[in-house]
Design a protein around this ligand. Sequence first.
Ligand code: COA
Length: 324
Amino acid sequence: MIIRSVMTGVGSYLPQNVVSNAELSKRVDTTDEWITERTGIKQRHIAAEGQFTSHLAIEAGRAAMAMAGMTPDKLDMLIVATTTPDNTFPATAAKVQAAIGRPGIPAFDVQAVCSGWIYALATADNFIKAGQVKSALVIGAETLSRFLDWTDRSSCVLFGDGAGAVVLQAAQGQGTSADRGVLSTHLHSDGRYFDILQADGGVSTTQTTGLLRMKGKEVFRHAVVNLAETAREAVDANGVTFADVDWLVPHQANSRILDSTAEKLGISPDKVIITVDKHANTSAASIPLALNQGVKDGRIKPGQLLLMETMGGGFTWGSALVRF
Ligand code: COA
């Protein structure tokens, strides 16, 4: 018998303000046609003035806890994956913890850009497997719209705001791929590519947050290779094949990356949860947002095998195989 981290609740929150490509093209030199053809994105949610990453995270976290039927006193750990924290410090997780009403438990942020939520999931899973905590709330929350360069049409059209969350709870498993819960996580990074996708500022360098800068073609090139590799190691580690996967729940950056990765893996497009058309790229929030969508619309069912994969600034990339 081994300990598994079972996903017992999922939740999300998206800001009310939806900006379509057509609306965006009124203030950015772009067209709906270009954005749709190159990225599959049709719209994005943008946080309102005074609405912060913590606000989105709190709503998503509460929704996940409600689905799990979990009261705050049963929560042992809280992690927020974000690149767009409310403050430079303390962690956004501190504000979320106060709002959720569970003082005393460990609460911290994880920063691995678009891979942040998979990094946070791996962290929480390992604390649970080690027996140090019995439950964790793992949130991905972003207000990327706040540090986009709205004069750079090659990047600003790609991103959106939102939050997604998952409750993990310890349960006994047999140690096989038939167990419910997180079966394995796989994390990677390569800092040699630091400047291909970065904010051009920070506390220690410019004393500003900087703006998002991206060499899109190079990101694309690395993404298709790294995503396929990390997806493969997840199925190999568990002695299953891509044919056993019920749903691919990928990071939502670009529909062309999603399509070409699914094709490389031999996973049929109707087994891929896609939200990039409605949410754009919400960085650390995108996988839990997609997971929530699939669960709430009834496609993802308990017992099904989910493959999650991601790639982001750093570069960072990784995957998780989960039996829901
Ligand atoms: N609207 C209209 N035209 C645009 C545009 C926009 N929003 N953005 C760029 N263009 C133009 C460019 O100026 C260029 O014009 P030119 O040929 O006259 O110079 C042309 O479109 C092609 O630009 P290019 O950058 O070569 O396009 P691309 O095919 O590489 O597509 C991305 C750009 C960003 C969509 C693509 O590189 C991509 O998706 N990369 C991955 C990004 C990503 O997923 N990042 C997050 C990872 S977590």
